[in-house]
Structure formats: C-alpha cells, structure tokens
Design a protein around this ligand. Structure first.
Ligand code: NAD
Length: 488
C-alpha cells in the first residue's frame, strides 16, 4: 500500500472511503501574514458526511479485529512517511496558520515523535480475580467511529496527530474535521494515511460552519474529540447528548504562572518566550504572570529587555519569533481586548493598544507584543483568555492570596509555580485548580502523560494511557469454565 511519491501541496481534497474527492463549491483560507488566498479546499455537504460515516463504520468493524501490533506498524509507517515530507507540511503550516517556519518544522517534528511515543503505549487487560471457579478481568474495546473537531492554533500537532494515533491504535476509525481556518495540512495527513490504513480508517472533511454541527448530530458517530473554545464546547456537548455520544472536550485556558521571590531569574526569558510563543495563541500558554513584589521590578525589566529580541512578522522571514494572529475573527477579538485596556487606562509598558498600521488591511494580522503593568484583577485582560500577544503582569505579596487570585477563574487548564524552594513549590502546586501544574516549567506537554482541563477548560483528558482509554469502552469479562449454579 505504501508509496514514496511525494504528496502535492497544490491541490487539496477531502479523503473519503479511500478516495480523494472534491465538492461543487469550494473555499479558501487566507495566509495571515500576507492576506493572500491559500488554495481552494472542499466545502463538504451533508452527503459527504454521510458517505464518510458509512465508510468509517464499515472500516472500524474490521480494523478493531486487526491485531494491535499490526495497527502499531501502520502508525509507525505513517510517521516515517510524514518525516520524509516534513518540510512540505511545515511550509503549508506556515502559510495557513502563520507561525514561523522553524516553529512549523518543530510542530511537525514533535508530531512525528508523538506518533512514535504513542506506539510505545498499550492498555493491558486488568485481572481482578482469577481462581478455580472464575476469572474476572477488564479490557478496553474501541468505540467505533470518532470525529476530531479541532481549533486552528496547532492544527497538526497536537490537534490532529495526537488524536489520530490513540484513536487508530485502539482500533477506531477517525474522521478529521479541521478548523475552516486551517484545513490544509489535515487534508494532506489523511491523504498520506491512505498509504497505510485501510479505506475509511483515516478520513478528512473540510467545510464551513455547518460541518461541525452535522457531525455532532450524526447518530453514526460514537465520539467527538473536540478541541476549541468553551462556548463551542458547550454546544458540542449539548448536541452530542442527543445521541449519547462520548465527548472529550479540550477547551480554552487562562493559565497563571506564579513567580516567587526566590525564582531563578534565568527563567524569566523562558517565561517571556512561552507567553509570546505563537503570538500567545496557545491553549496552555502563560496568560497571567503573577510576580512577587520583591522581584517585580527586576522581572518586569527582564521581560521588557527580552521583548525587542522577539521579532514579529511573516513566518517565512528569518529570525521571526512572533507570528500574526491567525485569522480576522481572532484579530478583532484581541483588538477588542486592547481597546478595553485603553478605555480602562491600564498601564501599557510595551507594545500598544493599537494594531500595527495597515494590519488586517494592507498587511497581515499583526499585533505588537504588549505588556500591561499590574492591571486590576477584574480587568478583561486578566479575566479573559487573550489568545494574542498580550501579557498582563500582576504583583503579589501573600502566598494564600496569590493562589486565591490565580484560581479565581472559570478556567483550569494549566498553572505553574516558579521557585527554587521545592517544598514550597509542591505545597503551592497542590492548591492549584488546573489539569496540569508545572513547577519551574510551563506548556511542557507529552504523548505519554495525560492533559486536560479542570472547571470550564474541559471534560476528560487526552494523551497517555488515560487518553487512549478515552477512545474505548470499558468492558468487564466474567468467565467460568463450568456453568454458574446461580448461588455463590
Ligand atoms: P472554536 O470553538 O471557534 O472552533 C473549534 C472547532 O469547532 C472548529 O473546527 C470549528 O469549525 C468547530 N465548530 C464551531 N462551531 C461548532 C459547532 N456548533 N458544532 C461543532 N463544531 C463547531 O475555537 P477556535 O477559535 O478554533 O480555537 C480557539 C480556542 O481553542 C481557544 O479557546 C483555545 O484555548 C482553545 N484550544 C484549546 C486547546 C486545549 O487543548 N485545551 C488546544 C487548542 C486550542
């Protein structure tokens, strides 16, 4: 099945039932750095959804019977093929999402590594009782047909690849439904998958705003693995409830990072980089930086000294670190937050509350990296997820109080504590209301350990063995070698 012919990145197709197809009507997204059109992609119809679901149902039945080892080999082959064309994928990723080409290369490279890391995981059977009369065990069986509905900030990795590997390894069929803003690499991933997986096992549909709801409503789909905003996550869950579909929701975050008085100051440039990575468009990026008053001025000075080195611009220009905002909708949202900061007369110590001249009109969706000095806790820039290159830095004095402030939010995705006192770090980390707590780190994620949100940041988790189990039904097997007498 495997072929070494390179995929072409000039034309883009849906992948349905082992074939490439297009649609009568097509659309395109925009390169956020140049505002030029990217290539045309299909706008799937409800008939396309129907065909993909039927193909997936049929394929999932036989795929579930393929030994794990053979499914693993198929995923490994897919990883190797992706590695061969990694730069073509990275090139397209920069055009559709905007991130600097070296960061796009890193996204693909990391994705390949994660595919391989997932291949090392397994879900062994658990034996609960095993004696002369009976054996009781639990095992995990595939759900059937899974749809991945995803956001636009990291479309390849983790959003697509870290759903593909666990879903397929555990014996499911997966349909990718990428964001309309970033469909290109996802369509090509499914096209590449045709060389390694039977028809219907890995499919992709691109489309407009109708496509997601058609899928969440469809009775032939067993699970939606959703990554996106809290508002859409609620709609997805409501829609899925009608068919009792399983859902995993990976939603927005507004992660606090708490910098203690004894922080290793060498960490501050790293913290700054994390906050502005991908122009702040990271679900678990640092979005509120709480700094102890004794080091506040030093930390602020360091952040401001680092910022000019974080060049922003077109992702294909050498040395660029901060890309544009990926789409107009988000660009306008970030501008609204900046306008609010201006109305509230917050202290802007770097950047500006105005977009770059011509941004979104004659040039890309560029917003200069902006730092706000000690805004009130109830300002929008603190209470809302910015998803843009804006960092509020807030002062704290008392440990209990800063933990209360950090936790005082509907979000609960990630949080971090930066200190050299490990006992203190453990104590503080234990009180953070977040799915992941990092100590002297942030945003460090991996295929082998789970990730998910507390509170409104999500339901369930992905990755690691726990994440794999989320693509499965739990099945209990009670077995007797001779019939039960109905008594003991
Ligand atoms: P979004 O919720 O607008 O869209 C996400 C996806 O849902 C898209 O594919 C979209 O087409 C689809 N969709 C929209 N309406 C739908 C509906 N009614 N039914 C079904 N599908 C529908 O989010 P976005 O703007 O693409 O992404 C940004 C958000 O994603 C941020 O809040 C960010 O924090 C979050 N995010 C979370 C994680 C995580 O792992 N927790 C990772 C990345 C991004």
């Amino acid at each position: 099945m495997a072929s070494n012919t390179p995929l072409s990145f000039d034309t883009f197709f849906n992948v349905i039932d082992g074939k490439l197809s297009t649609t009568e009507s097509t659309r395109c997204s925009i390169n956020p750095s140049t505002l030029k059109n990217n290539p045309e992609v299909p706008v799937s119809t409800i008939a396309d959804v129907e065909e993909a679901v039927q193909a997936a149902r049929k394929a999932a039945e036989s795929w579930s019977q393929v030994p794990w080892e053979d499914r693993r080999k198929a995923v490994e082959g897919f990883a190797t093929a992706l590695e061969i064309q990694q730069d073509d994928f990275a090139n397209m990723l920069t055009k559709e999402q905007g991130k600097p080409f070296p960061r796009a290369q890193l996204e693909i490279k990391t994705g390949i590594q994660w595919l391989r890391d997932f291949c090392q995981l397994s879900i062994p059977e658990t034996v609960i009782e095993d004696n002369d009369s009976r054996r009781i065990s639990t095992r995990y069986t595939p759900l059937g047909v899974v749809v991945a509905i995803t956001a636009w900030n990291y479309p390849v990795q983790p959003l697509a690849l870290s759903k593909i590997a666990p879903a397929l390894l555990t014996g499911n069929a997966l349909i990718l439904k990428p964001s309309p803003f970033t469909p290109y690499c996802n369509l090509k991933l499914a096209e590449l998958g045709l060389r390694f997986f039977p028809p219907g096992i890995l499919q992709a549909l691109s489309g407009d705003d109708n496509l997601g709801p058609w899928m969440t409503e469809h009775p032939g789909i067993d699970k939606i693995s959703f990554t996106g905003s809290i508002a859409t996550g609620k709609k997805v869950m409501e829609s899925c409830s009608k068919t009792l579909k399983r859902v995993t929701l990976e939603l927005g975050g507004n992660d606090p990072a708490i910098v203690c008085a004894d922080v290793d100051l060498a960490a501050i440039p790293t913290i700054t980089g994390i906050a502005f990575e991908n122009a702040g468009q990271i679900c678990c990026g640092i979005k509120r930086l709480y700094v102890h008053e004794s080091v506040y001025d030093t930390v602020m000075a360091t952040v401001l000294a680092v910022l000019p080195h974080l060049k922003f611009g077109d992702g294909f220009v050498d040395g660029v670190f901060i890309p544009p905002i990926t789409n107009k909708q988000q660009f306008e949202r970030v501008q609204e937050l900046l306008a609010d900061a201006e109305r509230a007369q917050l202290k802007v110590v770097a950047g500006s509350t105005k977009p770059m001249p011509g941004a979104g009109e004659t040039g890309g969706y560029f917003i200069a990296p902006t730092v706000i000095d000690n805004p009130p806790d109830d300002s929008k820039i603190v209470t809302e997820e910015q998803f843009g290159p804006i960092l509020p830095i807030l002062k704290w004095t008392d440990e209990d109080d800063v933990i209360r402030r950090a936790n005082d939010t509907q979000y609960g995705l990630g949080a971090s504590i930066w200190t050299q006192d490990m006992a203190r770090a453990e104590r503080m980390a234990g009180r953070m209301q977040a799915g992941t707590v990092w100590i002297n780190s942030h945003v460090e994620i991996g295929a082998t350990y789970p990730f998910g949100g507390h509170k409104n940041s999500g339901i369930g988790s992905e990755w690691g063995v726990e994440g794999m189990k989320a693509y499965c039904n739990l099945q209990t097997v009670l077995s007797r070698s001779s019939p039960w007498d109905g008594k003991t």
